[in-house]
Write a protein that binds this ligand. Sequence first.
Ligand code: AHR
Length: 336
Amino acid sequence: MKGSKVLLVVVILATLAALVGCAAPTAAPATSEEAAAPAAPAEQAKKTYKDLVVGYAQLGAESEWRTANTASVQQAAEELGVTLKFSDAQQKQENQIKAIRSFIAQGVDVIGVPPVVTTGWETVFQEAKDAGIPIILVDRRADVPEDLYATYLGSDFVEEGRKAGNEMNKLLPEGGKIVELVGTVGSAPATDRFSGFRETMNPNIEIIDSQSGDFTRAKGKEVMEAFLKKYGAEITALYAHNDDMALGAIQAIEEFGLKPGTDIKIVSIDAVRGAFQAMVDGKLNVTVECNPLLGPQFYDLALKVVNGEEVPKWVPSEESVYYPDNAAEILPTRQY
Ligand code: AHR
């Protein structure tokens, strides 16, 4: 009897222990960090081109180059299925700033901008940063701290200037007096093409005058007319910071009664179709390429940036130099 009582107590205790074990809460966390750790976040879905809403604050339509750049940005958006909000600032910084603010208000995913001049961007870029919208500099750089933009996609303008200087040396082995048509004052391409050219230009070449033609054909013609009026046939060559100004100057030289490309040698930059035609016609001696077809690369970078992928701070475009010898053969294949 005594033994069976003991057995009963043992069975009851064992049953109770089993019941308590089932109902017991899960083990207490081993550390206080474990207690604070949130549940593992679900992997954030990556955006695709079709999800991407992009604002592009284009600077204007001042040149053949710019028209090609706009076409590339618009066409690539269409092909990839990107939603593009596009604005044209007509070469005015205040319009570009207004466009950027409007893109911020609309909550786009990323903003592309070719800054018309290098300075004056910090406030608006900071506003974009505060709103969590990355800025991508396209074509032209801005003088701002690196944390205010995600990446810069564009040319090495200093190198373009150096190439132009080397070409001028080849055209004027005995030296000469040259005039220069500078791009938009305060813009990255004008500043860099100005300095790059002087890095390589031979000391027997003298720059007798240098004025801005604002990257336009009309202004290039007007300034060249003034140069011709002042220096006449004393001018041996012209260095133009873009093809449009060179094409305007060619008209001025012809109207003055001189032969562009022969009496006045001409080196310019961009390599647009109009420059190839001028080389075919014997009116332009050299054009250094500056590539405007940046649309596909721009969206590739935009998608990476929005998805948090690493991108280089500068993605330089690949560029070449073209001469009259094979201009006729290349002209039909030029896309801009
Ligand atoms: O920023 C690129 C420059 O801008 C091109 O050389 C010129 O043609 C354009 O207007």
